[in-house]
Design a binder for this molecule. Sequence first.
Ligand SMILES: Nc1ncnc2c1ncn2[C@@H]1O[C@H](COP(=O)(O)OP(=O)(O)OP(=O)(O)O)[C@@H](O)[C@H]1O
Ligand SMILES: [Mg+2]
Length: 269
Amino acid sequence: MITTLGELDKGLRRREADRRLAAIGGKYLVMSGKGGVGKTTACVNAALAKACGGARVGILDIDFHGPNVAGALFLGGRVEADDEGRLIPVRARRNLHVLTVQHLLSDPDEAVMWRGPRKMRAIGQFVADAAWPDLDFLFVDSPPGTGDEALTALKAIPGLAAVLITTGHSLSLADAAKAASFLKAAGATLAGVVDSMGALECPRCRETIELYPEGAVAGFAQKAGAPLLARLPWDLEAQRLSEAAGKPVLEAAPESALARGLRELAEKL
Ligand SMILES: Nc1ncnc2c1ncn2[C@@H]1O[C@H](COP(=O)(O)OP(=O)(O)OP(=O)(O)O)[C@@H](O)[C@H]1O
Ligand SMILES: [Mg+2]
C-alpha cells in the first residue's frame, strides 16, 4: 500500500518507465562469455545503423568497470539531471541517445569501485529513473560473462533478448556455452549469435585467412538453437580508419567488410 507522497511519486515513475519499456519494439542485451570479443563494437555500430535508418535508438552501457560505449562512439558529454532529478541520456546523433557511467565521471580515468548491490541499483536507475526519449530500439552493452549486470538487466527490462557475441576460439565458445545456459536458466531469449573476429583479409595479397576452425560458431549457434546473425571479420583497415577519423566503423569505413557485417547484424534485429 502507498503511504507517502514519495512512494506515490516512485510508483508513478515506475509505471511511466514500464509503459516506455513496453513500447520499445526491440530490446537487446549484447553479451558474451569471454571478454574482448567485440561486444561494444557490435552494439554501438548496430545501434548506429538502426538510428541511420530512422529508428529512435537508445544505448544503455551497463559495463561499469569498462564503460566503452562513449569511447566507441567518440562521444564526450556529461549526464545532467532534469527537474525531477532523472538522468538525461546524452544525445549521440539524431535518433541516438546514450546512458553510460562514463558520462557521470568527473575524471575520465576514474575507476568505478562498485560492488554488486550498487551496480544493481544503478541499472535500476538507468532503466526506470532516467529521462529516455521514446525509443524503437534499446541496445544494452554488457560486461563479459554472466554476473550481476546481465542478470539485473534481464530482470529490469522485460522482453530483453540476448545477442551473444563470440569468436571461434575454443575458450570463447566454452564461455559462450555458459552464457547460453545462463540465459536458459534466467528464462531469457537468445535472439542470435554473432561470429566475431573470425576472418582476416590479408592487407597485402587480399587473401582471406580464417583465424578459427571454419563453421565453429555456426555449429555453436545451431547447438544453442539460435540463428547465426552475422559474421564480423577482423578488419584492421576499418579499425585504423575509425581511430583516425574519430568516428565509429560504420561512419569511418562504411564500405568495409566489417561495416557490411555490422549493417547485416542491425538488419536482423
Ligand atoms: N571486427 C573487428 N576487427 C578489428 N578490431 C576489432 C573488431 N571488433 C572489435 N575490435 C577491436 O577489438 C577491441 C575489443 O573490442 P570491443 O571493445 O568491442 O570488445 P568487448 O567484447 O566489448 O570487450 P569487453 O569484454 O572488454 O567489453 C577493441 O579495440 C575494438 O576496436
Ligand atoms: Mg565492451
